[in-house]
Design a protein around this ligand. Structure first.
Ligand SMILES: C[S@@+](CC[C@H](N)C(=O)[O-])C[C@H]1O[C@@H](n2cnc3c(N)ncnc32)[C@H](O)[C@@H]1O
Length: 250
């Protein structure tokens, strides 16, 4: 970020989930005291169960807030480090939201370009909109290297082999069926150039992504161990689309 400029704001991930966890947490604690007043035989057990569950829900909600406020800023640097950019790349960030990864990528480009696509679901990210993403790019001083489009990852509006690298953070799990996620991964492989690299971060389905991408012909596919900077803890799947001659060998 340029010193003296307004700070970018990358929003709160999954705000309804955080709200539900906090409501369920405080609700369970209140309910446990109410249940404890009843004289049924099971009442003390139910009350103790609720008293245990409440703090777990609250803790999960607080960890999600901390992840959005601090953890994801640290994890984005690691994710982009994995791409080993030289600055000239044309990079796509799928499900870019308010530009967390997109702008980090753009900050490492010189002649390259960072393109973000999203369907801007407010339930996945607070204040989610292309205007906010571009404003964050401006605040980071990278707006000249950033482009934002409205598009679904399952139907990318790009020619085959358009990008040198593709990133994605906490997007793919929002697609509920594995068939639809496979469609998205097929699109990612389609628009990646031969020799291009991908890094996909998510808290669920990473094994499925690694297997599917391997089936689609990706090479050097690696699935990281659990990473705890974000909550829920996440994994990163990396790999490369083979060049034509490499693809023939495998
Ligand atoms: C939790 S947010 C993460 C945003 C950003 N990548 C980040 O790490 O801050 C998930 C994003 O994925 C987007 N998304 C969900 N389903 C999508 C789809 N099918 N195609 C494109 N974007 C999608 C949502 O609109 C949201 O912006």
């Amino acid at each position: 970020m340029i010193p003296g400029k307004e700070r970018p704001d990358y929003g709160m991930d999954a705000p309804p989930v955080i709200r539900n966890l906090l409501v369920a947490g405080f609700g369970s604690i209140v309910l446990s005291f109410l249940v404890a007043q009843f004289s049924w035989r099971a009442a003390p057990y139910v009350a103790i169960f609720l008293l245990w569950m409440g703090p777990w829900f609250i803790l999960s909600g607080i960890l999600m807030i901390l992840s959005s406020r601090f953890g994801k800023y640290r994890e984005r640097e690691h994710l982009v480090d994995l791409l080993d950019l030289d600055g000239s790349e044309h990079v796509l960030d799928v499900g870019c939201g308010r530009g967390l990864i997109l702008n980090e990528v753009a900050s490492r480009l010189s002649s390259g370009k960072a393109v973000g696509i999203d369907i801007w679901q407010a339930s996945d990210l607070s204040g989610n909109s292309p205007e906010v993403t571009l404003e964050n790019a401006r605040r980071e001083g990278v707006e000249d290297r950033v482009e934002v489009l409205s598009a679904d990852v399952r139907e990318l509006p790009f020619e085959d082999a358009s990008f040198d690298c593709i990133t994605s953070s906490m997007c793919m799990h929002n697609i509920s069926s594995s068939e639809e996620r496979a469609k998205a991964l097929t699109e990612i492989m389609r628009v990646l150039k031969p020799g291009g690299r991908f890094a996909i971060l998510d808290f669920r389905n990473s094994k499925e992504y690694a297997e599917q991408l391997t089936k689609l012909g990706a090479i050097d596919v690696k699935r990281s161990g659990l990473r705890f900077k974000m909550y829920p803890p996440s994994r990163i799947v990396t790999g490369t689309k083979p060049r034509i001659d490499e693809g023939d060998e495998t």
